[in-house]
Design a binder for this molecule. Structure first.
Ligand SMILES: Cc1cc2nc3c(=O)[nH]c(=O)nc-3n(C[C@H](O)[C@H](O)[C@H](O)COP(=O)(O)OP(=O)(O)OC[C@H]3O[C@@H](n4cnc5c(N)ncnc54)[C@H](O)[C@@H]3O)c2cc1C
Length: 246
C-alpha cells in the first residue's frame, strides 16, 4: 500500500492492489492514506495467477481465491499493465543471526529471545525488525530501550536469572515475544493475532489460571498487541499460554 502511494506520487497510474487474504494485511491508516486518498482500489481474496509479455511485462491475470486461498476457476480477470510490484510479506533479515548461530523461531522467522531480549547465544541480543516485523517504530524504540538496559545488566552482572518458562502461542495468536521468561520479573509480551477478531480479549494463563487479560474491540494481524504482566502475578514454575477469547 505504501508502494502504491509512492508510485502514484512518482507519476505512475496504479491500477489496483490485490490481497490474497479476505482481510487487509496492512494498517487501517494505510488503507485510508495510501489507497483511498488516491482512489486506488483494494481487492481482497485475489491473487495474480498469470503474467503476460515476453521481453516486457504487458499484463497480468488476477483471480479470486477461495477460503483455502486457491484460485477459483472462471474468475480470471486480465489487466493490462507494464509494472507488477510484489509485496508479499516482511520477514526479519537473518544473515547476522544465522552467522552468530542464534536459534530462530519459525513463527516470527527471527531470533528466539528471553525477557531480556537475549538470544540463545549469551551476550547476543535482538530487538526491532530483526526480531519480529513491527508496524510502528515506537514499539521498536521501546524494545531497544529495554534491550539496552538488559545489555548493561549483562555487562555489570555477567548474566541473568535462568529463563526456563516458555511463552506459548495458543488459540488465535500467531507469535509472541519473548518466547522464554524467568517468572521473576515484570514482562511485556508482544504478539500478533493470527486472524481478525471483534469484541475479543487476549488472555495469558499459567498453571491453569488466567493471570492477565486485556479486552479489545478488534484485533487484526496487521496490528501488534502488547500486554504487561507484573511479576507478582507470575509463578517461577509453569509455562505461559497466550490466547484470544471471543
Ligand atoms: C514500507 C514501510 C513503511 C513503514 N512506514 C512506517 C511509518 O510510517 N511509521 C512507523 O512508525 N513505522 C513504519 N514502518 C515500520 C518501521 O520502519 C519499522 O518498524 C522500523 O524501521 C524498524 O526499525 P529497525 O531498526 O528494527 O529496522 P530497520 O529500520 O529495518 O533498520 C535495520 C538496518 O540494519 C541494516 N542492516 C541489515 N543487515 C545489516 C548488516 N549485516 N550489517 C549492518 N547493517 C545491517 C539495514 O540496512 C537497515 O538500515 C514501515 C515499514 C515499512 C517496511
Amino acid at each position: 500500500m505504501i508502494m502504491a502511494r509512492r508510485m502514484t506520487l512518482e507519476g505512475a497510474h496504479v491500477k489496483a492492489v490485490f490481497e490474497i487474504m479476505p482481510y487487509p494485511s496492512g494498517l487501517p491508516r494505510n488503507i485510508e492514506q495510501c489507497l483511498n486518498d488516491y482512489g486506488i482500489p483494494l481487492y481482497l481474496s485475489h491473487t495474480v495467477t498469470d503474467i503476460h509479455g515476453k521481453t516486457r511485462l504487458e499484463g497480468i491475470t488476477v483471480s479470486k481465491v477461495d477460503e483455502n486461498l486457491k484460485p477459483v476457476p472462471g474468475t480470471e480477470q486480465e489487466i493490462a499493465c507494464d509494472t507488477l510490484i510484489l509485496s508479499v510479506g516482511l520477514i526479519p533479515e537473518n544473515e547476522l543471526s544465522i552467522d552468530a548461530g542464534v536459534e530462530l523461531d519459525p513463527r516470527t522467522r527471527g531470533a528466539v529471545v528471553d525477557e531480556n531480549f537475549q538470544t540463545s547465544v549469551p551476550g547476543i541480543f535482538a530487538a526491532g525488525n530483526v526480531l519480529h516485523v513491527h508496524d510502528l517504530v515506537d514499539f521498536v524504540s521501546m524494545e531497544a530501550e529495554s534491550l539496552a538496559d538488559s545489555a548493561a545488566a549483562y555487562i555489570e552482572n555477567g548474566g541473568f536469572a535462568p529463563c526456563g518458562l516458555l511463552v506459548k502461542a495458543g488459540e488465535g495468536i500467531g507469535h509472541t515475544i519473548p518466547q522464554k521468561i524467568s517468572g521473576t520479573k515484570d514482562i511485556t509480551l508482544s504478539m500478533r493475532p493470527s486472524r481478525q477478531f471483534k469484541d475479543a480479549a487476549v488472555a495469558v494463563s499459567q498453571n491453569g489460571t488466567v493471570i492477565a487479560r486485556k479486552k479489545m474491540k478488534k484485533a487484526i494481524p496487521a496490528e501488534m498487541i502488547e500486554l504487561s504482566i507484573k511479576k507478582e502475578t507470575l509463578s517461577d514454575k509453569g509455562d505461559l499460554e497466550v490466547s484470544i477469547e471471543c
